[in-house]
Design a protein around this ligand. Sequence first.
Ligand SMILES: C[S@@+](CC[C@H](N)C(=O)[O-])C[C@H]1O[C@@H](n2cnc3c(N)ncnc32)[C@H](O)[C@@H]1O
Length: 274
Amino acid sequence: MKTMTISKWVGAKARVVEDINSLRPETCNIHLESFGGMFSVGTHSTAERRIYNDLNPKLVALMTALSNNETREPVIRKMFELEYSEECFKKIKERVKKEFDTLSVTDKAAFVWYLALCSYNGMMKEFAGIRKGNEDVIFENSLIKKVEIAENLEGIEVYNKSALDILKEYKDMENCFILNDSPYFGELRTGGKLYANDMMTESEHRKMLEILVDSKAKVVVCGYDNALYNEILCGDKGWNKYILKTVPKSSKVSILGETKDYVDEIIWTNFEVK
Ligand SMILES: C[S@@+](CC[C@H](N)C(=O)[O-])C[C@H]1O[C@@H](n2cnc3c(N)ncnc32)[C@H](O)[C@@H]1O
């Protein structure tokens, strides 16, 4: 599979980048991601204006530095200087935890990128070692590909706002395509807090949907199927509902070797998808 994102990120839409980008109507020259994460889809959008937003200041520091050639080049140089090892990972994690605000623009971005690339699901928590081969060489080779992808971020606009605030600003722009990929909601969202900035309560999701429901922009909302989204968006509001992809619910396989349990990821759209 083609590498599509600058890094792994839990919940990233890396496998459906082309599917989602193909939904943007030609009349929309703005692509907005209210919950940007690693911006998998926006990185490859051909919209004239691409807008990235996320509440996580670390991701925002990374995207800001990569959005411009002058700040991106030193970040890339720094990345190639960093060693791929658990020891280095731990040191950088500690510096990010204790000194983030005082780090240079380059170090902020390089350290965040490095931690995401070297950790499970990009969560920056635990070092995920490479099992086979020379780790440094494998890391360097994967970095070469990531750097090429990062060049696509030239010119993006980056914001560090609550999604609800940026949605209010853009929701009535008819020429705006909004990809609203919030942390998922509902029974299928098992386990505790997933992101440093998470959105777990029904009231937060309700507020978000109430902003979007009468939007004049073309909106794609992602999530697992759930009663709250169907109640607010479907019925008399007339939004459409499609299966985006089917994914394993858990990685457990029974002793009889049966296949995993699967779940559909859904998109709700306020326009018809052909
Ligand atoms: C499912 S991920 C987005 C993944 C993204 N589509 C990608 O492909 O990488 C959800 C993101 O929402 C961000 N987030 C959580 N609450 C937020 C809020 N209230 N406003 C803006 N961003 C928020 C998290 O930091 C996380 O990066």
